[in-house]
Design a protein around this ligand. Structure first.
Ligand code: PLP
Length: 384
């Protein structure tokens, strides 16, 4: 097929450049024109990757760890992840970020028309990943009144004979909602009656929970045999660019995901895997430090947004807050436009996460930027 003849496949209908990428590019364009823009749009911690992790990568490169890595992940990293999770190496696949873990799971398991239940607001890529793999995203709206969390009744109503997965994310992007042990158990109780439904528990923000965090399989061990846990180093260790994530699940599922991965990327970068190994096996004091720093930022932005008259649920984890659109603005999109033009602050409209009428603000930025952002938002909204 020549470039001119290229036609996107039908299943790509509606799949576009991520709204977050679009907003961030727009902010960068304005900056290049000399406009002073504060972007609070990306889920990427401003802290640097710890120096001992960078040094481990350097050593790996010098030591010649530069050949094709094993498709499922280097044996040392796979084992370290398995040991930490109380699993075996064959239960672990290491991929190019948690994003690729999720994608491989969809590609390995979905037949055309298979359904994946997800609570909205959801992380932007979930629905598109399901569609790209030929599946059907089943989006269940979970408004602020239920703290953006899926209820057992909603789950039961969404299940059909075509349901393959329930996709959970706690702490959540974009709301910071964290499911309690009891809430996970209540969802698990529903799934006991539907053996065809498996669970993906995306726990990438596990170490950034401001309330006690319960891993899904700890709450519902009976479902461990049909659960895929997704995690990685991007968020907790400030390693977004290293692209290392992993899945932990039943060996048969992992084997199928590794087969998919083998045909797509041949496994994650060997040097980045050496860095990730150092990150998760070195003393972990840094995690609590960063969690505390994020918590202080959370308090700063919640107070700032409330002072600007913007209603928001207090996030219990991750580094996002999901306030409602200002009452004087017709849509989330219009409000984002207004904040960019009038305040020079870039946020992401809620519709990108399957819930219009809200905005997502990331507080993974330096305190000074957050303070200035809050001041600008308050000044601009005061004019409305
Ligand atoms: N899952 C959620 C909920 C996320 O917010 C993100 C990144 O923003 C990912 C997965 C992907 O993480 P990674 O950088 O490991 O691909």
């Amino acid at each position: 097929t020549s470039i001119q003849e290229f036609q996107p496949a039908d299943r790509l209908d509606g799949i576009e450049l991520s709204e977050i990428v679009r907003i961030s590019e727009q902010a960068a364009r304005l900056r290049a024109q000399g406009v002073d823009v504060i972007a609070l749009s990306t889920g990427e911690p401003d802290f640097p990757t710890p120096s001992h992790v960078v040094e481990a990568a350097h050593r790996a490169a010098i030591d010649g760890q530069t050949r094709y890595p094993a498709t499922a992940g280097t044996p040392t990293l796979r084992s370290a992840i398995a040991t930490e999770a109380g699993a075996r190496p064959e239960n672990v696949v290491v991929s190019t970020g948690a994003k690729q873990v999720l994608s491989c799971a969809m590609m390995a398991t979905l037949n055309p028309g298979d359904e994946v239940i997800m609570a909205a607001p959801f992380w932007t890529s979930y629905a598109d990943m399901v569609s790209l793999a030929g599946g059907v995203p089943v989006v269940v709206s979970c408004p602020a009144t239920q703290k953006f969390k899926l209820t057992p009744d909603q789950l039961e109503a969404a299940i059909t004979p075509r349901t393959r997965w329930l996709l959970l994310n706690s702490p959540s992007n974009p709301t910071g909602a964290v499911y309690s042990k009891a809430e996970l158990q209540a969802l698990g109780a529903v799934l006991q009656n539907y053996p065809q439904v498996w669970v993906i528990s995306d726990e990438i923000y596990q170490h950034l929970s401001f309330v006690p965090f319960t891993p899904f399989v700890q709450a519902v061990p009976e479902l461990a045999e049909r659960t895929l846990i997704v995690n990685g180093v991007s968020k907790a260790y400030s390693m977004t660019g290293w692209r290392i994530g992993w899945g932990i699940g039943p060996a048969e599922l992992i084997k199928a995901m590794v087969a998919v991965q083998g045909q797509i990327t041949s496994g994650a970068c060997s040097i980045a895997q050496a860095a990730a190994l150092e990150a998760i096996t070195a003393p972990q004091g840094l995690l609590a430090e960063r969690r505390q720093a994020m918590r202080a930022r959370r308090d700063l932005v919640v107070e700032g947004l409330n002072a600007a008259g913007l209603e928001c649920a207090v996030p219990d984890g991750a580094f996002y807050v999901f306030p409602k659109t200002h009452a004087k603005m017709a849509t989330d999109h219009e409000f984002c436009r207004f904040l960019l033009d009038e305040a020079g602050v870039a946020l992401v409209p809620g519709r990108a996460f399957g819930m219009p009428g809200h905005l997502r603000l990331s507080f993974a930025y330096a305190t000074e930027s957050l303070q200035e952002g809050m001041r600008r938002i308050a000044d601009a909204t005061a004019k409305l």
